[in-house]
Write a protein that binds this ligand. Structure first.
Ligand SMILES: [Zn+2]
Ligand SMILES: [Zn+2]
Length: 255
């Protein structure tokens, strides 16, 4: 919902700490790919384009996007898709539409929500130059392999992603046993932890801490945090290598 949450009188929603202002969750990956054709070329991948994507892209000074991966197609993860338009015009001039890697379920929702973009009958001339691409188990982008990590979000199967020594798992309520093997050796983990009280489709802080211990990353960052959790006070209760992430946090990872 973002924090402050609309209409909420609680202390976190009225906190003066900038760490307590939370836009909808998303991750940006930036690296240099050294190829002969394009020495030092910067590669940019975004995971999820929520309703706040434009503000986040401005803050991160994104000037192009090579690919987008979607975890699932709930509003807080997809509604900024249309703001890819100006970046997609740049991508088209560089060689083609931006690939949006999504599973079959999310593809169906994106096609409905953004029918004016994806319908073959669309007559909207300045629609985003993007293409829906099926999400495979492993998808290389600019020399980096993105490994799909199957997860549960309530009753819905969704995707997490591993890239090199890092993984991004959001909106998780259960991690299938086989997915732990795919997370072996992860050094930096980003994992959702909504709040302390149970929720039908999100893990609690306690559950996420237990998974983080099992996965054993050097550092775990919790994300997708509701207004129940104040930044400073929650972090004081967490192990030093498991902390709440915050908007704008930048972390080096090995790809
Ligand atoms: Zn609140
Ligand atoms: Zn979500």
């Amino acid at each position: 919902m973002g924090v402050p949450t609309l209409g909420c009188p609680c202390a976190v929603c009225h906190s003066a700490d900038p760490h307590d202002r939370r836009l909808r969750p998303s991750v940006l990956l930036r690296w240099k790919e050294n190829t002969k054709a394009d020495a030092g070329g910067e590669r940019v991948v975004v995971i999820d384009t929520g309703p706040d994507f434009r503000e986040q892209a401005l803050r991160a000074r994104i000037t192009h996007v090579d690919a987008v991966f979607y975890t699932h197609a709930h509003a807080d993860h997809i509604m900024g898709m249309d703001d890819l338009r100006p970046l997609s015009f740049i991508a088209e001039r560089r060689g083609g539409p931006i690939p949006l890697y999504t599973d079959a379920e999310a593809t169906k929702v994106l096609e409905q929500v953004f029918a004016y973009t994806f319908s073959p009958d669309s007559t909207y001339p300045t629609r985003a130059r993007v293409r829906l691409a099926p999400l495979p188990d492993r998808q290389p982008v600019g020399g980096v392999e993105f490994v799909r990590i199957p997860l549960w979000h309530g009753e819905q199967p969704i995707a997490g992603f591993r890239f090199g020594g890092a993984a991004y798992l959001t909106d998780v309520s259960a991690i299938p046993e086989a997915s732990f093997a795919l997370l072996d050796g992860v050094e930096v983990l980003v994992l959702s932890a909504l709040r302390r009280s149970p929720h039908p489709s999100h893990s609690t802080v306690e559950q996420s801490v237990a998974w983080a211990r099992r996965i054993g990353a050097r550092q775990t960052w919790f994300t997708h945090i509701a207004h129940d959790l104040g930044h400073a006070e929650t972090n004081r209760t967490l192990p030093e290598n498991m902390q709440l992430a915050y908007d704008g946090l930048s972390v080096p990872v090995t790809l």
